[in-house]
Design a binder for this molecule. Sequence first.
Ligand code: ADP
Ligand code: MG
Length: 661
Amino acid sequence: MAIIDIKGITKSYWIGKEKEELKILKGIDLEIEEGEFVAIMGPSGSGKSTLMQILGLLDRPTAGTYLLTGLDVSQLSDDEGAAIRSKTIGFIFQMFNLLARTSALDNVILPMIYSAVPNREERARELLKDVGLTDRMLHKPNELSGGQQQRVAIARALVNRPRILFADEPTGNLASDQAEDILRQLELLNKSGITVIMVTHEQDIAEHARRIIKLKDGVVVSDDAGHSQRGSKSVQTLAVKPKITAAAPSRPSVPVSLSQFKEYGGSAIRAMASNKVRSALSMLGILIGVAAVIAMLAVGQGAQKAIESRIASLGSNLLMIRPESPNVGGVRSASGSVSRLTLDDVKLVSSVPHVVRAEGNVQGNAQVVYGAKNANTQVTGATPLYASMRNSMPYYGRFFTDQEDQRKERVVLLGQTVINNLFGKENPVDKIIKLNRINFKVIGVLPIKGSTGFRDQDDMALIPLNTAMKRAFGMIYLNTIFVECDKGENIPQVMADIKALMRRKHHLPDYKDDDFEIRNMADLQAALSGTTQTFTLLLGIVAAISLLVGGIGIMNIMLVSVSERTREIGLRKAVGAPRRAILSQFLIESAVLSTLGGICGIIFGVSVSLFLSKFAGWAAVVSMDSVLLAFIFSASVGVLFGFWPARKASLLSPIEALRYE
Ligand code: ADP
Ligand code: MG
């Protein structure tokens, strides 16, 4: 029985938009016996490589039957083909087709990954020794000469003990002395019992074979089986011992076992390690995407929290009443007609139901002087209620008392900014300062409130109301009345009641507008937190954009490497990798890169948030949501774009993938 038996094999390509049929092989019948050494000759473009690839199961014929070792292989599935390639066929290419950035040893080990051969490294070393590369095992392809690369390719073709060796112009890219060497190796292998089929277009190379088949325009024009081999005498001078036997190793039939998974994981790790720059770049894309989102959202939420707590420090459930000049016919009247708020008004609003307490304030600017230093600050006159209503218990020193207020005592509490300006590090309590040229004793330090964004709330001095009205400023009317309600939900009711009461008290007829203004501090709080929400939203959008840009970066780097990877996939398939092996490898590879990149991104993003918050004085709020969102998005982009091109390539025939540009 012939080892190869083909009948009526044709191959056509359909070219261009019109799908014009291009017949490359036009019906080829051929029988090759086990142990033959056949040369296929013919001019360039006659279809030699095409025929060889069909014989080697790297490509499929358009029509015809193919019996390989008696088995019909014309209708095999992808993986069945891979299994037969793995155990029966060895292939040597004109372009060597070694994995770049991978040592000679690992290149030779490659086919054994997919055939579960034990003691791989030992076997690879032995074969590399046989082809005379003992001292080049750890060299990478770009560190080897053409002849050496082809010898690595021969060793690789032999690791699974094939019965047939295909060589497509194995010497086409070599200098003549190297070519001789390769040919002698092939002769030797043939002597050991392996069927060798070699394509060449040079007569003197074909002479090494025992049978020469000539192709022209897709048909066999001559088949010279009586040809006698030349140069066989030189065989004895070679060091290679014909120890390779044609026994085919058995192949495990379990779909994906744990050991296979480890195997594919191993090749994923090796592929990543041998393409460090590419791996690093893909990781970088994910890292930046994840880090940007985490940092942006953390800073945004931190800022929001900070502003919210500052707003809360203003006091809660507060209403603020201010005088306002009434609008007459839509025109604001002259400042002389500004209404007046009095201490009586304070008593009046205190009696409104749901009002807990009310307190009147006056405000003015004053020059404060201590020693040689002076500053201009806002001075507020208030009653002792101020401390609890406005969250302003002094954190150092004490507040003034009702008595001090009644007696118009010259005592003052200072905000932190004033203290910094006047005292620096000095303790201000019990010091005497001048306020509008009047001596005041500092009795306490107001708590730090920060800035609302409009005004530095710490740039202030607080003195008793009566002192302010009668000594410091000489005022008879109040600037503001603060009213505290018992509950937030009663605020609208209280506002309406106060409004009615005040209008009556101020004798305002219906056609006149209010001469006062009631402001709900909760509204102000809502307005401010609305602003910070917008701010966070904005940062969120920027973060989403960086995530997108990060994703596009990952996609690019993955897609750019596709042509290289497609050839790698073609090669792996050619040496017997089933589809699931390819897919597992690439899935593991992109998952590992994405996860590593994601973890680095989380670490980096959190550090940046911490740094920024320290720098900006905010508490960073790294939310679990943003971490998860960023990680899942980037990781899925990484896996998708790492895996999708690989899946596409794995659907190509090995030869299509190998030819991919
Ligand atoms: P050679 O005998 O030099 O090895 P090949 O078998 O490589 O020739 O190619 C035979 C012919 O098939 C050439 O004319 C080539 O242009 C054509 N050919 C090969 N591959 C393809 C393809 N994928 N699509 C279209 N034409 C192809
Ligand atoms: Mg060719």
